[in-house]
Write a protein that binds this ligand. Sequence first.
Ligand code: SF4
Length: 225
Amino acid sequence: MSDRAKGTQTESWPAEKKRRHAIELRLNDLYPGTASDLCELDFDGAFQLGVATILSAQCTDVVVNSVIRRLFSKYPDAQSLAVANTDEVEEIIRPTGFFRNKAKNIVGFAIGLLDEYAGQVPSTIDELVRLPGVGRKTANVVVTVAFGKPGVAVDTHVQRLSRRLGLTTSSDPSKIESELMSWLDPLDSGSFGLRLILHGRRVCTARRPECSACALAELCPRVMI
Ligand code: SF4
């Protein structure tokens, strides 16, 4: 069976299309701005954004931001991070969790950039995912936020909200990404993903979604059904 989004069991294709568009507009009103405006990580340039996004796995942006201030004051670019002392990097990023693996990934990312791209962060998803430590989520964050290109970063918030809002029936991040990209306006796709993340953090949380106070309630199958 196709994973095409199904808002409700009885919803027609035109009705679903209309509802999706209304969700897009409502989210746009709630969280205006470009992908770069909506990203809550503190960074300076594509390299720092890539590192911050790798560190954000299973960690809040608040913790990541507190850690990267110190990290980037010592290692502001690929050249310095590639030759960093691993023990020191681990110690700095420890609060983000999984710090040994993350240290390996961010140093590997820096080395990969120097080896493959002369220290410059590439601007395509295909090139980015070839680098150590970079999965599709990180690659999509970098291309949308740092380069203003199309993409949707599918993290746990986007997975959860896409399902609750009836935008997908899949739980596979790659499938969700391609389903969303199949109908989103490419120029707004990066912002749409980040708006879902913000809504997931503030209203539609994993444990206690605040449906009664949610501006999307009338468009959400979870409430409509
Ligand atoms: S109505 Fe409830 S489930 Fe639907 S998006 Fe809002 S908070 Fe989430």
